[in-house]
Design a protein around this ligand. Structure first.
Ligand code: DGJ
Length: 746
């Protein structure tokens, strides 16, 4: 890995074994983008990469000179209003009403390591030599505004992390109305765009379409990263697939309003913008003040989508997630939500926990309904004190009873919300986000606390910290069950109302930071009505997130498959729930429910007492299985093999680092009669290792499994059967492969 600055041509080349990123100072002082992709040789001058041909109808920068029009040149951080007509990376409203900016290169610094971003989640290094950083400093001479563009290249992987900081070094108060984390101009538009989109209970479905002239975008203006779109997109070459071909993934480490956009211009170049959504954003910058954007990460892979995902997984698992739980397998939990909803007593909870313990569960989680006067979703949010009518000895007493069973205890909170029927709201009605003179909309009968205010965050912190200090709580599920409306802070002046959405998220991060620092061994799981805020920003604090409120195994195939494009398997909260399923009313076999949930954090979302004796026996086996293999399942190298978005079969696998173990998950949605023979070609194995499948004892070489394929028609017994199990629809199998000595060698 290296960052070279070529003084004579004012060119920067950031490279490692896999990628090169090249840019230069243009004749007008702006930064021009020259290349991002597979590593190329270093040379002093790449200026042939920017176009100086004049084109009809272009506007030019210099008088009597037809060679420099920003319209035709790839920029590092484009500005609107001069000669570049594309959407800008930055806009600043000045006191004379102008929004023009002219950011010129001033200086740079190159250093090992990677600086943190104040108040914001970001990737990090543990050793300085893991990464090298370039800080470019630009200035708009008229306003005196400084712009710092930060680029970090990691020693390993095709990763480039970027962010921007705006410093008001001038004399007047300014309004920053656009400040993207990343602006990436690519030389052509021969790409397909992939996004992860959906809705509540249908999050992160994979959608692909061709890039065309014009703008394509996904975004959120809901205050959370949202169920509807994830802050992640991929541009892939048309021939690229899961295993080969060029792809670039773009991910934003942020949990609030975002915009991910590609603009293909008239000459087929593509501008990608990623960052805080400019709509409604307006940050007042006084003289001497700075604004830091969130971090965006680009991953280039020529090993297709799996190659890109594996790079994101490693980075986000090891250098975004932090703390005690980062590298640890996750406890198998039993959550009471779908078992009881609001209808529980302390004894009923203990009864559920006892059976869970008997089956091998390690952590019992008490979900919504334990605090204030909460007996339904109309009351209680904001009063984070146990309801004595339900829990006679409070959380401390219940936690002790659970611990006495030999299990850990976990607790649900929804810190950012309040019901009007709560002591907190009665005391502080002005603590919600609400615009003066306008009515406030509710969502699930609740209102959003103004987390842009320190005193609000401080008050919630005190209540949560009291419980965590007094009771033995080992896990927190942090929920957020509505999007933001009427986003107005009663504590900020009119000219700062455009800051509220972002200040709100900074408040969420500040509370997470305080709690995780104060209680470092507590495992945090993020949640927002399922997967409404499943984003990299929260992974920095909570190494796992509840992926969706849809707990049906078949629905989960698409959700977890889509999620895996960017997020590591150890981060995907996935549980076995009852049948008929509470969201889609489908009956799926117990083994399939577990076979899907294994590829995640794993747990149960039901009362195990309600299962038959035979089912309880199966649950014990499932838990033993998960305990044996969870390191491989959660931290192995994950491959998507067959997509649920393409047909009836889903298949994925995980391989251990030393390639001696692998687990393949195979799932069939509907059963059919007289089906063709099927096999799935595996990936990531050692071609020379001899692998034994643990259920049948049948063995193959790695190269056979990768090139001929794993035969899935008949459960590997070599018999011609259409269906190996007693189940028809929604069947699944796990194939556990372990390297053994080949008998022919013995
Ligand atoms: C939404 C979550 O996604 C559920 O798992 C559950 O915690 C409920 N909220 C509780 O209100």
């Amino acid at each position: 890995m290296s960052i070279i600055y070529q003084e004579n041509t004012k060119t920067f080349h950031l490279y490692n074994q896999e990628i090169s990123y090249i840019m230069t100072v243009l004749p007008n002082g702006h930064m021009g983008q020259l290349y991002f992709g597979k590593r190329v040789h270093h040379r002093a001058d790449y200026s042939y990469l920017y176009e100086t041909n004049s084109r009809p109808m272009a506007s030019y920068v210099f008088e009597d000179d037809h060679s420099l029009s920003l319209e035709h040149i790839k920029q590092e951080y484009g500005v609107y209003g001069t000669t570049d007509y594309r959407r800008p990376a930055i806009e600043i409203l000045q006191q004379n009403g102008s929004r023009l900016c002219d950011f010129r290169y001033r200086s740079h610094e190159i250093f090992f390591g990677k600086p943190g971003l104040s108040g914001l989640p970001a990737t990090y290094v543990e050793e300085e030599r893991e990464a090298e950083t370039l800080r470019l400093t630009l200035e708009d001479p008229l306003t005196g505004v400084g712009l710092e563009l930060l680029y970090t290249i990691f020693a390993e992987g095709g990763i480039l992390a970027r962010s921007a900081k705006v410093n008001n070094g001038g004399k007047e108060t300014l309004h920053l109305t656009t400040a993207m984390s990343l602006c990436m101009d690519l030389p052509d538009c021969d790409y397909e765009w992939l996004q992860l989109s959906g809705a509540w209970a249908r999050e992160r479905h994979v959608k692909v379409r061709k890039l065309e002239q014009g703008i394509q975008a996904v975004d959120s203006r809901r205050g959370n990263s949202s169920h509807e779109h994830n802050p992640f997109i991929v541009l892939k070459r048309p021939g690229a697939d899961e295993f080969q071909g060029e792809v670039i993934g773009f991910s934003l480490i942020y949990s609030g309003n975002f915009l991910a956009q590609a603009e293909v211009d008239t000459h087929d170049t593509t501008r990608v913008l990623l960052g805080i959504h400019p709509m409604g954003f307006d940050w007042q910058l006084e003289t001497g003040e700075s604004f830091q954007t969130p971090e965006a990460v680009m991953v280039y892979s020529e090993q297709g989508l799996n190659g890109m995902s594996q790079t994101f997984h490693r980075l986000y698992q090891k250098r975004l997630a932090r703390g005690y739980w980062r590298d640890r397998v996750r406890p198998i939990l039993n959550n009471n939500w779908e078992a009881t909803y609001f209808d529980f007593t302390e004894d009923r909870l203990v009864e559920i926990a006892k059976k869970a313990k008997e089956c091998g569960v390690e952590l019992f989680v008490l979900d919504d309904g334990w605090f204030g006067r909460r007996s339904n979703d109309h009351t209680g949010l904001g009063d984070w004190v146990a309801n004595p009518e339900r829990l006679s000895c409070g959380i401390t007493g219940l936690a002790e009873r659970i611990e006495a069973l030999g299990m850990k205890f976990g607790l649900w909170f929804e810190p950012e919300m309040v019901n009007k029927d709560s002591d907190l709201y009665r005391k502080h009605p002005d603590w919600i986000l609400a615009a003066p003179g306008r009515s406030s909309s509710h969502g699930r009968n609740q209102y959003v606390l103004d987390f842009s205010r320190e005193e609000v965050v401080g008050c919630i912190y005190e209540m949560m910290a009291k419980i965590l200090s007094e009771a033995k709580v080992s896990y927190i599920k942090w929920d957020m069950n509505r999007s933001i409306t009427e986003c107005y802070s009663q504590a900020l002046p009119p000219q700062r109302q455009g800051e509220v959405f972002h200040r709100y998220i900074l408040g969420v991060y500040a509370l997470y930071e305080r709690l995780t620092a104060q209680f470092p061994q507590v495992l945090f799981e993020s949640c927002a009505s399922g997967g409404g805020r499943f984003d990299p920003g929260l992974l920095y604090y909570a190494p796992q997130g509840w992926a969706s409120d849809d707990s049906d195994a078949i629905e989960r195939l698409k959700i977890q498959y889509g999620t895996s494009y960017c997020y590591p398997i150890s981060s995907i909260g996935s549980h076995v729930s009852v049948i008929p399923n509470h969201q889609v009313f489908r009956n799926t076999p117990l083994h399939t429910r577990a076979n899907v949930a294994y590829f995640g954090t794993f747990g149960y979302e039901l009362d195990l007492n309600r299962l038959t004796v035979e089912e309880q026996r199966m649950v014990r086996e499932q838990i033993d299985f998960m305990k044996t293999y969870r390191h491989l399942l959660q931290f192995g190298t994950f491959y998507r093999l067959v997509s649920p978005f393409d047909g009836n079969i889903t298949c994925w696998m995980t391989v251990s680092e030393d390639q001696t173990e692998a687990i393949v998950g195979w799932y069939r949605t509907l059963s059919h009669v007289n089906m063709p023979y099927t096999r799935v070609r595996l990936h990531g194995l050692n071609p020379d290792f001899y692998y034994e499948e643990q259920r049948t004892g049948i063995s193959w070489f790695g190269d056979e499994l990768m090139h001929i394929g794993l035969i899935t028609t008949d459960g590997m017994a070599g018999q011609v059967e259409e269906n190996t199990g007693e189940y028809g629809d929604f069947d699944s199998r796990l194939y556990v492969l372990k390297a053994v000595r080949c008998p022919e060698e013995v």
